[in-house]
Design a protein around this ligand. Sequence first.
Ligand code: ACO
Length: 311
Amino acid sequence: AADGYEAVFDAAVAADERIEPRDWMPDAYRATLIRQMAQHAHSEIIGMQPEANWITRAPSLRRKAILIAKVQDEAGHGLYLYSAAETLGVSRDELLDKLHSGRQRYSSIFNYPTLTWADVGAIGWLVDGAAITNQVPLCRCSYGPYARAMVRVCKEESFHQRQGYELLLALSRGTPAQHEMAQDAVNRWWWPSLMMFGPPDDESAHSAQSMAWKIKRHSNDELRQRFVDICVPQAEALGLALPDPDLRWNEQRGHHDFGAIDWSEFQAVLKGNGPCNEQRLAQRRQAHEEGAWVREAATAYAEKHRHQPAA
Ligand code: ACO
C-alpha cells in the first residue's frame, strides 16, 4: 500500500502540486521539513535580539518606530513558521525545547554582534536581503503551509530590506564619521551574509534530496551568486564598498566572481563558537522562562472558554 501512496506523492511533486498536511508523505520528507522549518522559525525569533539591542538608542522617533515594527514582524514570522511546522505533527513546545537545549539550529548570522547603529542598516540591507533571496523561491516550496507562510514573510522582508538600505544611504551621505560607520558595518556583515546561504553545494548534505522534493528550488551556491549579483550595483548606489578585492564582473559567466569564503569561520559558528552564540541562547532561554506566566494565563483562559457555550 505504501508503494501506491508513494507513487501519488511522487506524481504530485512532479506535477508541481502542493503537498498538504493530510496527504501521505515519506517520513524523510516530513523530517526534512520539520528540520528546515524549525531552524527557520528559530532564526526569526533569535534574530530579534541583535536589532532589539538598538531600540532604546535609535537616533530619532521615526527610526525607533520603524525598528520596533521590524522586530515585531520577526516575532510574527516565527509564529507563522511554528504554526506551519505544527501541521507536520510536532508541537511548538517541543521545537522550542530543542532550540533551548541546542538540538536544533538557528541561522549562523545571528551570532554576530551589533556594535553600532549602522549595523541596523547593514542587517536590513544584507541580512534581510539574503533572507529574501533565499525565501522567494520557498514560496514555491512543495509543502503548502510552508509555501503560503513565505508569501507574507517575503513581503515584510522586502520592507525590512528597504528600511536598511535607506538607513545606510542616509549614513553614507552624512558626515564623514557617519559614512565611515556605514562602511565599517558593511565590512563586518558582508561575509557572514554570504555564509547564510549554507555550505558550498558539494558539501551541502541535504540539497540534492531537498531539490528532488522541490522543497529547495535552487542550490546554496546558485542563491549566493544571485545575491552577490544583486548587491554589487546597490553598493555602488550607496557609495559603499564591498570588502572583497576579488569581486569583479565576469563577462563570460555573466556573473560576478567573488573571493573565497572562510568556511572555517562558518563551521566554528555552527559548533557554537561564534562571537554571540552563548549570549543569544542564554537570552532566549531567559525570555522563555520569564514568559511562563503568559503561557499559563493563556492556557487558563482557553480552558475557561472551552467550557462556555459559543456565543
Ligand atoms: N546557519 C546555520 N546552519 C546552517 C546554515 C546557516 N546559515 N546553513 C546551513 N546550515 C546547516 C544545515 O541546517 C545543515 O545542518 P543539519 O544537517 O545539522 O541540520 C548543514 O548546515 C548542511 O547544510 P545544507 O545541507 O545545505 O542544509 P539545507 O539543505 O537545510 O540548506 C538553508 C540550508 C539554505 C539555510 C535551508 O535550510 C533554508 O533555505 N532554510 C530556510 C531559510 C532560513 O532558515 N532562513 C533563516 C535565516 S533568514 C532570517 O531569519 C531573517
